[in-house]
Design a protein around this ligand. Structure first.
Ligand code: FMN
Length: 121
């Protein structure tokens, strides 16, 4: 849902982390949730295999139920690889069973849309 909102603003087709970046991009929006305290291995692996010469800047987003945000984990991994990460990021609540059920909700997605638009104005 979050990737769809971003892709709608950016005018691109969203892709999963199973698709490596092959063409050079100015901004890569990269998002994750948290499972058992960590971002999914597929996201970590995408970051480990990301070619720094292909991406000018990564903008991070994510959702989680207990910890504040998945963003710091991703930021640390990207910066360790010398990949530029935008200071601004977007995080909101995500569901864990009944905890924060229904999130990201309409308001979360509307805030994400505004956040994304701010990179294109
Ligand atoms: C099985 C399971 C385990 C989760 N573990 C955590 C956790 O340890 N910490 C946390 O903050 N959120 C946790 N969450 C909440 C997820 O991070 C949240 O649902 C997030 O929005 C998932 O994003 P995704 O559906 O895009 O992967 C968990 C959710 C599930 C379903």
């Amino acid at each position: 849902m979050m990737a769809d909102v971003i892709a709608g603003v950016a005018g691109v087709t969203p892709a999963t982390v199973s698709a490596p970046i092959v063409e050079c991009v100015d901004i890569l929006f990269l998002g994750a949730g948290i499972f058992l305290g960590k971002v999914d291995k597929s996201v970590s692996s995408f970051i480990e295999n990301l070619d720094p010469s292909k991406v000018k800047c990564v903008v991070l987003f994510g959702s989680s139920a207990i910890i504040d945000s998945p963003v710091p984990q991703m930021r640390k991994k990207l910066e360790a690889r010398g990949i530029a990460v935008a200071e601004r990021s977007f995080s909101c609540k995500g569901a864990m069973g009944p905890v924060f059920s229904g999130h990201p909700d309409k308001d979360d997605l509307s805030a994400l849309k505004k956040f994304t638009e701010s990179f294109y104005i």
